[in-house]
Write a protein that binds this ligand. Structure first.
Ligand code: F6P
Length: 326
């Protein structure tokens, strides 16, 4: 199969993540180095369906390694979820002579690639591009490190006010259903606690924290809360106001500023290695896999594992935060 591939299409899909441009650059340059033609597909699967496709040269990816967002733009396509949408996408690949597809995105985007690859004989390779770090089989995803740094930078500033006014701050961070950003930004910023979805069901994390931490000795504190439609930062702030009225409480929801900005060196290196790894995978005849990094080695993870298996938060991280926030 590898020998039949002449032209590779690249698209970014789902939420943008810092480092996506570094990945686009790496895929394009490595593909050209290895004799492939490269076509950039704009606006994710929607752009594929609509044929928004352009051939890329090495110059098209110059001067982008340091930029956030994605030069290919991105979308969350609902049409691609339908069989008709996938058929239109396939017809566009045929029309544009694209023999293999590389998708940079998160859970939903790689699930789309997996389903497409099951229906059509097109080798598909995924790169984990999401700030959430929730893909199984890779130690880190593109964008995660930059976002962790951004959150840490923000919390350092919030801490000045928390300390000066002796307040409890609930800082809400992104992550969708995963608590990696909350847990690790709490460790990095020296926060007193993290409230994460992985542990929302087994106990009342707020009560545990109030009894263990703030009441003993501290007059101010910062709690990082994973976003959640029902129990985000506002929910916990309202509860503290009612249940522990002696405290002065504030909320800060960081929102999309977490997703933007220039990628960290770590994310640029990760994206570059994964991009080169994706071309190597196609050269080896691999298909329907996500390229990841585990223990500093590039690995190929079957799509079905990457998108269906849960990536657990290690208990060691929980212990580190608990022991250091006394
Ligand atoms: O998956 C990345 C992410 O930033 C999540 O952390 C967040 O829940 C979601 O995307 C927000 O998506 P949107 O930008 O479409 O509101």
């Amino acid at each position: 199969m590898a020998s039949k591939i002449k032209c590779i299409g690249i698209l970014t899909s789902g939420g943008d993540a810092p480092g996506m441009n570094a990945a686009i650059r790496a895929i394009t340059r490595s593909a050209i180095c290895n004799g492939f033609t490269v076509k950039g597909i704009y606006r994710g699967y929607d752009g594929l369906i609509n044929g928004e496709i352009k051939e890329f040269t090495t110059e098209d990816v110059s001067n982008i390694i340091q930029t956030g967002g994605t030069i290919l733009r991105t979308a969350r396509s609902t049409e691609f979820l339908t069989p008709e949408g996938k058929e239109k996408a396939y017809q566009q690949l045929v029309k544009h002579g694209i023999d293999a597809l590389i998708v940079i995105g998160g859970d939903g985007s790689l699930t789309g690639a997996r389903d497409f690859a099951e229906m059509y004989d097109v080798p598909c390779v995924g790169l984990p591009g999401t700030i959430d770090n929730d893909l199984y089989g890779t130690d880190s995803t593109i964008g995660y490190d930059t976002t962790l740094n951004t959150i840490t930078w923000c919390v350092d500033k919030i801490r000045d006010t928390a300390h000066s006014h002796e307040r409890i701050f609930f800082v809400e961070v992104m992550g969708r259903d995963a608590g990696f950003l909350a847990q690790n930004s709490a460790i990095a910023s020296g926060a007193e606690a993290a409230i994460i979805p992985e542990y929302n069901t087994d106990s009342d994390q707020l009560v545990k924290f109030m009894e263990r931490g703030i009441r003993k000795s501290k007059r101010s504190c910062i709690v990082i809360v994973s976003e959640s439609p029902k129990c985000g930062a506002m929910y916990y702030a309202n509860r503290v106001t009612k249940e522990y009225p002696q405290f002065d409480v504030r909320v800060s929801i960081l929102g999309h500023l977490q997703r933007g900005g220039s990628p960290s060196a770590q994310d640029r290196i990760l994206a570059s290695r994964l991009g080169v790894g994706a071309i190597e995978a196609l050269l080896q005849g691999q298909r329907n896999i996500m390229v990841g990094i585990r223990n500093d080695q590039v690995v190929y993870v079957p799509f079905v594992e990457a998108v269906t298996r849960e990536k657990p938060i290690s208990m060691e991280l929980i212990k580190v935060l608990n022991e250091l926030s006394i």
